[in-house]
Design a protein around this ligand. Structure first.
Ligand SMILES: Cc1ncc(COP(=O)(O)O)c(C=O)c1O
Length: 420
């Protein structure tokens, strides 16, 4: 498609966008009385209008039924989490029994490392990307120390080549082979939070498995954004938050994937709690732990229904639309955004360097050569919500659920007027 940097052209794209009607399903904050152009769905997705009714349902059941709500609420609370498994499995390419929802992301990665990071004197190293999201770095460091190991020795970071802004798959694979028999675990953010790179998860998983290692993916920036096929790829485990592309609200619950092959393994350690025991016998209150036969065996506490409700509302929308349609629009809107950046660059002589490689999802990370934080502030003051990362990178993530092509055009015009 040959793009044009004009309002009419953007309007035409919106007119034929099958997802355009979903924009109306979300609340947009306002700046100067106008709805913002929202580029930070990679940080916190917008609130779907239907979410309120899911929360209200629980509040009203609680008001009217109190403890009886556990079994007699419209959607009973004791097994509420089960409602999320099937739609969540579709988003990440899993079998329903391989996913569950509980806790928050970093907590879940800790719990999964308890099960899947089992260092031995010979095989104890973890490979992760350099400058991984800080919480992941703290997670891995503390896990390694918990096992009495030295992070400087046990954690191997994947480096980018000098002068480059992304990881080359061949370098990743080579490092995995080099660490070889010492490699216990590969744990990488499947979509990098800073540069927006989508790692070649299938290939990396395959090569790491060939080395005898476990493979986990932090999919904070992947779930609801990119095509995932965790079961087929043979990924051992994964976890994601739901508040970014999945629009479930601030700090909300995390999804977990555990490959089917581990669901009946008695030799895998796990931190356990009563919601992981078989539901048929759970309320007999017996001392023996009898694990559920699905990923729910990793559940610890009874489900926090007030936070699962918004996630369920959001998953219902993912069910309606499907990842294929979202990805199709994502690719077009991201290409249009890239085109707009190039056009504004030409018109203003500014250099916008997109550091996101072609393996990308929704996010473009843009180095603003010669422009500083003033430009970021100008955008924010003028109703463009973006995010700033040091030294001078803005991250733009036009979430296909609610961003429009006209947004991209207007963004270009505002950007142009902010360039000094
Ligand atoms: C890649 C990545 N990993 C982990 C986290 C931490 O998530 P949480 O605070 O929900 O544990 C985030 C949060 O933004 C993230 O982007």
């Amino acid at each position: 498609m040959i793009f044009q940097n004009s309002l009419e052209f953007a309007q035409q794209l919106d007119a034929v966008d099958p997802l355009a009607k979903y924009r109306n399903e979300f609340y947009f904050p306002k700046v100067n009385g106008k709805e913002v152009i929202y580029f930070t769905g990679n940080s916190l997705g917008l609130q779907p209008k239907r979410t309120q009714s899911y929360i209200d349902e629980i509040m009203s059941d609680w008001k009217e039924l109190a403890v009886e709500g556990h079994f007699h609420a419209k959607k009973s609370w004791w097994d509420y989490h089960e409602l999320l498994a099937a739609p969540m499995a579709k988003v990440v390419g899993a079998k329903t029994q391989e996913v569950t929802v509980m806790n928050t992301l970093t907590v879940n990665l800790h719990l999964l490392m308890v099960s899947f990071y089992r260092p031995t004197p010979k095989r104890f190293k973890i490979i992760c990307e350099e400058k991984a999201f800080p919480s992941d770095q703290y997670l891995m460091n503390s896990q390694v120390k918990f096992h009495g190991l030295d992070p400087d020795n046990a954690i191997v970071t994947l480096k980018k080549r000098v002068g480059e802004h992304f990881w080359r798959t061949e370098d990743v694979l080579e490092k995995i082979k080099e660490v070889g028999e010492e490699l216990a675990l590969v744990l990488i953010g499947g979509v990098n939070y800073y540069n927006g790179q989508v790692f070649q998860m299938q290939q990396i998983t395959k090569v790491a498995k060939e080395q005898g290692a476990m493979v986990g993916w932090d999919l904070a920036h992947g779930a609801g954004n990119v095509a995932l096929n965790l079961h087929e790829w043979g990924v051992d485990f994964a976890a994601w938050c739901s508040y970014k592309y999945m629009n479930s609200g601030p700090g909300n619950a995390s999804g977990v994937f555990i490959h089917e092959q581990y669901l009946d393994r008695k030799d895998i350690p796990r931190l356990e709690g009563w919601w992981g025991t078989k539901k048929e016998t759970r309320f007999l209150m017996e001392p023996e732990f009898q694990p559920m036969e699905n990923a729910d065996a990793w559940q610890i506490s009874n489900p926090p229904v007030l936070s699962l409700a918004p996630y369920l509302a959001s998953l219902e929308m993912f069910e309606e639309v499907g990842m294929d349609a979202l990805i199709k629009k994502r690719d077009t809107i991201v290409r249009y955004l890239e085109f707009i950046l190039q056009e504004i660059g030409k018109e203003t002589n500014a250099t916008f360097q997109i550091i996101t490689p072609k393996e990308r999802g929704c996010q473009l990370s843009v180095l603003l050569h010669g422009q500083g934080k003033e430009l970021f502030k100008y955008l924010m003051d003028n109703g463009v919500i973006v995010d700033w990362r040091e030294p001078n990178v803005i991250r733009l993530a036009p979430a296909p659920f609610y961003c429009s092509y006209v947004d991209m055009f207007h963004f270009g015009q505002i950007l142009k007027s902010g360039i000094k």
